[in-house]
Ligand binder design. Structure first.
Ligand code: GH3
Ligand code: MG
Ligand code: MG
Ligand code: MG
Length: 307
């Protein structure tokens, strides 16, 4: 294909190309067109680039397939189709899914000179006139996928804690519905006497301790938002039954207590204190209540959960 031909010109092109081809396999693309001939042609072009494909013959069918397949990353869609046209479909999809989650490339042969603008206004990431030049098709598909990956990476860098891989404060508060006032379970956690770990064993061992606690948190709360709130403080935001939440926190606290950090001849042992809340109010207020209880746990002798 054209990428391979180009790449042969210079060996330095090969590495990014190979990376691209392997990355492509992560993408699943939905091809939406009422013409089976067009669909087959587009699918063939994509599969040459190792992009996995699905097909739909109108906008309605496409929406149903996207709902069932949240791993679809790219939609290539025609406009004129029975049941539901492409632009209406994009309008509906964009109520729920933004451009970084799901990229959409409009492809239409309509000769109306407003069609490009209508696609883009509806929320398409890009547009291609039909019939299209094959190289332009590949360029646009790759550009969309690269942009999407770059945005995902940017989001990850802005919202993830580099040491632990947990979310950071920005994510905790910026997360959809971060401000909406509804009851939810909040836990604030803090490692006990952590300054001593740093003082006695050094900052690196302190870091390893933070990572150890973070990894245990991930095991016990795989489906909830866990954020590194500050140095050795963490916050868990969860929905669901409060008693179950507290029970799980207690198990987790005991697991931390039982997990030594081997250091030279020694085994370092740390404990954590936990404050838990389940109150009305915004996230700030809910965290404040959990934080007050965390300080109660510290005052009561540490290594315990107060709720
Ligand atoms: P307490 O039981 O009352 O929580 O006592 P503590 O010693 O843990 O006190 P505090 O929570 O105030 O101490 C936090 C310390 O954590 C202070 C800071 O030097 C250290 N710290 C903060 N961020 C990091 C980090 O990223 N790595 C390491 N190694 N230490 C950190
Ligand atoms: Mg059509
Ligand atoms: Mg602290
Ligand atoms: Mg502490």
């Amino acid at each position: 294909d054209y990428l391979l031909k180009d790449s042969m010109a210079s060996v330095s092109y090969l590495l990014p190309l190979i990376n691209r081809l392997t990355n492509n396999q992560h993408h699943k693309c939905l091809v939406v067109d009422d013409s089976i001939t067009v669909r087959r042609h587009v699918v063939q072009l994509l599969e040459h680039q190792y992009i996995r494909t699905l097909q739909a013959e109108n906008g309605q069918e496409a929406i149903e397939i996207i709902e069932k397949n949240p791993d679809i990353t790219l939609v290539l869609t025609d406009h004129d189709m029975p049941v539901k046209d492409g632009i209406t479909m994009i309008h509906e999809l964009r109520q729920k899914i933004d451009k970084n989650q799901l990229a959409i490339l409009g492809i239409s042969g309509s000769d109306a000179n407003t069609i490009t603008a209508r696609f883009l206004k509806a929320g398409a990431n890009d547009f291609l006139n039909k019939p299209f030049n094959q190289e332009e098709f590949y360029c646009r598909v790759h550009q969309i996928l690269e942009m999407k990956e770059a945005n995902t990476e940017l989001f990850r860098m802005a919202n993830q804690d580099a040491l632990t891989g947990l979310w950071n404060r920005r994510f905790l508060f910026g997360d959809a519905c971060g401000d909406c006032e509804r009851k939810r379970n909040i836990a604030m956690l803090d490692i006990d006497f952590f300054k001593k770990v740093n003082d006695n064993y050094g900052h690196d061992v302190g870091d390893a301790t933070i990572v150890m606690v973070a990894n245990i948190l991930k095991i016990y709360f795989p489906n909830d938002v866990i954020a590194r709130f500050g140095g050795e403080e963490f916050c868990i935001k969860a929905d669901g039954n409060f008693d179950d939440f507290v029970t799980c926190l207690e198990k987790m606290r005991q697991r931390v207590e039982r997990t030594p950090i081997p250091h030279q001849e020694e085994n370092i042992q740390v404990t954590i204190s936990i404050g838990v809340s389940n109150v009305e109010g915004n996230l700030d207020q809910q965290i404040k209540v959990a934080d007050d209880r965390l300080y109660e746990a510290k005052g009561n002798g540490r290594n315990q959960t107060v709720y």
